[in-house]
Design a protein around this ligand. Structure first.
Ligand code: MEV
Length: 316
């Protein structure tokens, strides 16, 4: 069977505000991936097998399944029709802020293209997956599908069509160590994004001011990253977290892990992605990583991983 993969992602700074046109910084999570495999079958049409969910459905019949939509859109773009099985498997926990929906869709688009002997550019993949992100998220900014399709750390700013979104790799003086701790609370991005939207509609001035505050933190973080001042990056993460709390997308479990990580010596931390559950990220000194990891397990984290944010674009 032919296989293609796609990475997970983290948002370093700027989630939620990015939906409202402010810049945000995101990085790929290359070591946890979604996989898609394609093989021919005798029966007509595309059968999608979501192995983790133990579900299967026909792409033509499942009108409200994002992956079915993705398969139909991808085949239309390829100008192809075929009798296929598309198998999906993912090591990225769903509804945890790590981009599982976009990663699964990206792997699927890549596998379908490869089956027909071609390859999409990152921009083409991002555009296809954005269509399915709309089904997952309601009003996605486009940051998840973009960072996953490019598999590169980048600064993303949503623009109003016909203007294209702004995508630029951010400067990173040196790689830095990041700990990712899972609260174990599944929290669909769509719900958190919807809650922020309601708050913004009720009180636009307050929300716009918070988004502006986050945009300033994003700019300061870019300076600190470019200078390699990772302790400062950490402190800015904690300030971004305070703004996210005011947007009401934090939670008791997030706060518990945050406190534990900071007490154990992390430079700073914040929720990552939609919030209200999912993962908390920490900028740490490499020598402190082991003790911070232990403290996070002790505080109830369901999964803890240490990774490096780098400049390089890995192979996928
Ligand atoms: C989700 O990873 C990031 C959010 O800002 C939503 C979006 O940008 O579409 C919460």
């Amino acid at each position: 069977m032919l296989e293609r993969t796609a990475c997970g992602k983290i948002i370093l700074f700027g989630e939620h505000a990015v939906v409202y046109g402010r810049p945000a910084l995101a990085a790929p999570l290359s070591q946890i991936r979604a996989r898609a495999r394609v093989a021919a079958r005798a029966t007509k049409g595309v059968l999608i097998r979501a192995l983790d969910l133990q579900r299967e459905f026909e792409a033509d019949a499942a009108t409200d399944e994002p992956l079915a939509a993705l398969a139909r859109l991808t085949l239309a773009k390829l100008n192809a029709s075929a009798n296929l099985v598309l198998e999906i498997e993912s090591a990225i926990p769903p509804a945890s802020g790590l981009g599982s929906g976009a990663a699964v869709a990206t792997a699927a688009a890549r596998a379908l293209a490869a089956y027909f002997g071609t390859e999409f550019t990152p921009a083409e993949t991002a555009a296809l997956v954005y269509e399915t992100e709309k089904l997952y998220h309601g009003t996605p900014s486009g940051i998840d599908n973009t960072v996953i399709a490019y598999e590169q750390a980048l600064c993303f700013t949503r623009k109003t069509p016909p203007q294209p979104n702004m995508i630029a790799p951010f400067r990173l003086a040196r790689p830095f160590t990041l700990i990712i701790a899972d609260t174990g609370v599944a929290s669909p991005t769509k719900l958190a994004v919807g809650a922020v939207r309601r708050g913004w509609l009720e009180n636009p001035a307050r929300y716009e001011a918070l988004f502006d505050e986050i945009a300033v933190l994003v700019a300061q973080a870019q300076d600190a990253l470019a200078r390699g001042e990772i302790d400062k990056v950490g402190a800015l993460m904690t300030r971004n977290q305070r703004a996210l709390e005011q947007l009401d997308v934090s939670s008791r479990e997030i706060e518990t892990l945050l406190k534990a990580g900071l007490r154990a010596g992390a430079w700073g931390g914040k929720l990552s992605g939609g919030g209200r559950g999912g993962n908390v990220i920490f900028a740490v000194a490499p020598r402190d990583a082991a003790q911070i990891e232990r403290a996070l397990w002790d505080a109830g984290a369901r999964r803890v991983q240490t990774t490096e944010v780098t400049r390089d674009r890995p192979n996928f």
